[in-house]
Design a binder for this molecule. Structure first.
Ligand SMILES: O=C[C@H](O)[C@H](O)[C@H](O)COP(=O)(O)O
Length: 225
């Protein structure tokens, strides 16, 4: 089964975790988009009343265009389930997110969720995190100084740029620096170090946050933490 069909089948399987009346977190990215589409069909078919919060402007626009009721995260006191994609995950269900620059809102929503489900195709599975560059969201002020610091830490930083070579801006108007963590053995220690650096808003290491991964394909595989 090709990658897009794998993503779609994982997204469809995740709809089974949703029920009438829930508050649902909607992730960002191509796989999360399949989930938003599948969920909107289910809401219409079952005549459900769901409340959703989104993790990016793009997801909010898609969800609203499909008739999904979206509120601000500040209008809910908890989220029952969040369904999101991931760029790479390991056997402990730790992951790297932020390939689509949404990591900050995604992490805030994940931390407020009682259950986090990642929907993936088979290419996302990894024995050790680091094949995918780790996105780090930083404020523009002093970003070159922070870039130098990350170079000195041997993380081979690169500013994320668009096809006009302009620095990509997140929904919060911050920059993304992608770093190479392929040589890092202690990802928890790295996560703490990155959080301690002034100017870094958040990083894309999602550790101990995911409860279930659904891998799409002819046979859907579910892995629980
Ligand atoms: O910032 C974007 C998110 O973390 C995405 O969930 C992640 O990049 C996976 O995206 P996709 O489903 O398109 O591979």
């Amino acid at each position: 089964m090709n990658i897009n069909l794998q993503k779609k089948s994982a997204a469809q399987a995740a709809v089974n975790y949703i029920d009438e009346g829930m508050i649902v977190g909607l992730g960002t990215g191509s796989t999360a988009n399949y989930f938003i589409e599948a969920l909107s069909k289910k809401i219409k078919a079952a005549n459900w009343h769901l409340t959703c919060v989104t993790t990016s402007t793009k997801s909010r626009q898609l969800a609203e265009s499909l008739g999904i009721h979206v509120v601000s995260i500040d209008d809910v006191n908890h989220i029952d389930v969040t369904v999101d994609g991931v760029d790479e995950f390991d056997p402990q269900l730790n992951g790297i997110k932020g390939g689509g620059v949404a990591l900050l809102f995604e992490k805030i929503v994940a931390l407020s969720s009682n259950k986090n489900i990642w929907i993936v195709d088979t290419s996302k599975k990894s024995d050790k995190l680091g094949s995918f560059l780790l996105p780090v969201e930083i404020i523009p002020f002093g970003s070159v100084q922070l870039f130098t610091k990350l170079s000195q830490m041997n993380l081979k930083p690169q500013f994320r740029v668009d096809n006009q070579n302009q620095k990509v801006l997140t929904d919060s108007k911050n920059y993304i620096i992608d770093v190479d963590i392929s040589h890092v053995s202690d990802i928890h220690k790295l996560a703490d170090t990155l959080k301690s650096l002034t100017g870094i808003v958040e990083h894309g290491l999602f550790l101990d946050l995911c409860h279930t991964v659904i891998i799409g394909g002819e046979h859907i595989e579910k892995i629980d933490r």
